[in-house]
Ligand binder design. Structure first.
Ligand code: PMP
Length: 353
């Protein structure tokens, strides 16, 4: 007996990991800088005592989905929940991708869209964004008509560039799409407009969201999708039985009692984002406008790689995107607490001086 070799096509791909380094200021994975409200933790602790841990959890996460449906003004049957929005994306690829099928992505964008597609044996067709990272709608239409992907991914606001798509762009892609249009709104609460307004049972569009960012619950691993009932039914067929544990279901449902607190945090992050952008405006860096909780920038005179390393040596971890296709020399910083942002701005000024 010997350990078999893994699938040959896996050898072509590295895992997708952001380094987890133990430093004072962690601004590399777009998490929320503040913990969830104490009242949420107290409510969750109280509910833990109610959970029948010897039993499997509600397989359909009915109460959580009902609460999310109410929050978004849709029906429970139009909501699908999973272990982080990454598992939502994986479920979409499992249900609609696979051998002989394809997805379309527009680079640079969230790397997991193509990574998960590859892992599920789905071909990936890559279109390129314009130099300012906006979508070239003619190129999008051409790629979709040439390749007929079953899934077309948009990310709005786009990670790692920060730009949000406007309604006319999403509508245009939707009218071109040959299959299902997936709008990844992991950072949706930071943007002015949401594609959620386009969701109905007859439109081949889904919107994915997460509790990892604005809800300050990255550790809970909870994400969801809002879309046509038929899609939710299809996704339920590919997930493992009882994939959402009871604690997570309660955590998400209870979080929805604290919408006001969540919105306050979004407000703080948006104000801090503008403050960081203003601070960076006085430094030799190029920045891109952001409707998210992170900022993409490129040092004008220094190598991105070196700046990343020197910030790390000062106890500040940001995302090194400098070798990513289309992002040569660029770095991405997550908006943190005011103190963390001050530390970042101070260290960046020092490194660039
Ligand atoms: N989509 C985008 C665009 C993201 O940036 C992330 C997190 N980095 C995710 C989805 C996944 O988030 P989670 O699995 O934590 O819900």
């Amino acid at each position: 007996m010997a350990i078999p070799l893994p699938r040959e096509d896996l050898g072509l791909r590295e895992g997708y990991h952001s380094p987890q380094v133990d430093v004072a200021v962690r601004l590399n994975t777009n998490e929320a800088p503040l913990p969830p409200p104490d009242e949420w933790l107290a409510a969750l602790a109280a509910e833990l005592g109610e959970i029948a841990f010897n039993r499997y959890p509600d397989r359909h996460a009915t109460e959580l989905r009902r609460a999310l449906a109410q929050f978004h003004g849709v029906r429970t049957e139009q909501v699908f929940c999973a272990n982080g929005s990454n598992e939502v994306l994986q479920s979409l690829c499992l249900a609609y991708g696979g051998p002989g099928r394809s997805v379309a992505v527009f680079e640079p964008t969230y790397a997991l869209h193509s990574h998960i597609a590859h892992l599920t044996g789905t071909a990936v067709f890559e279109g390129q964004r314009r130099p300012d990272f906006s979508l070239d709608l003619e190129a999008v239409a051409e790629l979709i008509s040439d390749r007929s992907p079953t899934l077309t991914f948009l990310c709005s606001p786009n990670n790692p560039t920060g730009l949000a798509e406007d309604p006319s762009t999403v509508r245009a892609v939707l009218s071109d799409a040959s299959g299902l249009l997936v709008v990844d709104e992991a950072y949706g609460q930071f943007a002015d407009w949401s594609a959620l307004s386009l969701v109905d049972d007859d439109t081949p569009l889904v919107v994915t969201r997460t509790f990892s960012k604005t809800w300050s619950m990255a550790a809970a691993r909870l994400g969801y999708l809002v879309g046509p009932e038929q899609v939710v039914t299809d996704l339920e067929r590919v997930v493992l039985p009882y994939h959402l544990d009871a604690v997570k279901q309660a955590a998400g449902r209870l979080a929805l009692r604290f919408v006001g607190e969540m919105e306050q945090r979004v407000g703080l992050i948006v104000r801090e984002r503008q403050r960081i952008l203003a601070g960076m405006g006085r430094l030799p860096v190029t920045t891109w406008p952001s409707q998210s909780n992170f900022i993409l920038f490129r040092p004008d005179r220094h190598k991105g790689e070196n700046v990343w390393q020197e910030l790390l040596e000062r106890g500040i971890l940001i995302r090194n995107t400098s070798s990513w296709p289309g992002l040569t020399g660029c770095l991405r910083v997550t908006v943190g607490t005011p103190e963390e942002n001050d530390a970042f701005l101070g260290a960046l000024a020092e490194v660039l001086s």
